[in-house]
Design a protein around this ligand. Sequence first.
Ligand SMILES: [Zn+2]
Length: 300
Amino acid sequence: MTDEEKLNLIKQRFPEIISRINREKDTNYENITPREKLFFADVFELVLKKDKALFTELWKNMSTCSEQNIARNKEIEKTFNLKQHLINTRQQLCGKDDTFSADTTQEEIQYRPNMENLYNTMRDLSSEKTPEYIRQAQNILTCLTSAKGKTNRALKEALADTDIEFRIISGSQMDGKCQYRKKNPADRKKTLTICLTEGCFNQHQQALGMVISHELGHFIDARGRPNNYQGSLPQSQEFFADTLGYNMARNAGFDIEHYKSETRKMNIPFLNRRMDNLQRLQNNDKSREIMLNNRQRQNT
Ligand SMILES: [Zn+2]
């Protein structure tokens, strides 16, 4: 079949495709089968290439919450406060931070289904090197969970009732993603899946500890949320994951300089602000260390 013929078929079946999407988005697309995912991936990629207006319509349908679902999330918020969850968890594990609290309080909560369960551009790496990469990632996880420090201990506890798996995906850039969900509705435990690009094991090896800890920061956040809650604070969540990740990586002795410099190279204002935050945390740690040293010297 040519692309044109396929596109015509998609146009004919478009209402059917949209109604399927609408039926599944309230559950975060968690019930979409792997086979259907392949079908949707084909549809998205072809429509994106051939018909931008149709793609916009498709995307809008995929990414917006239904009114009914927003109401369901607001109901959950009667007993769960996302902003307080982030502010309190950060304070408990890494200390109080007025900047973070103020920014989080100001950010507006967005409601959107998790589209990554339906479609993402990540492709599993098929390479004989994959098992070796996974072994390296597991070693780093062991370093992180066995290091001293509140955040590392909290991570170890959180992982005790979670299955964890690493997936290596194609790409030379430095990138990670995580998902935390029941892989099958009948599973007793949820599974944490951490995806890492191949680049993290080559030119960005030095950042691997921080990339993994950042994702684990998202995991600690996700673990404290009610099931099926779809509220998000896109900016605060990243600052949160950076801060917890930095704490865990620092406690385990991992470098974060490469992570910072590589992220800054993209020159995206939001990413620069995130790296400024990491720098600020490092500076705070350094001043504290100097202060402690001085005090020790005075005492001896
Ligand atoms: Zn992130």
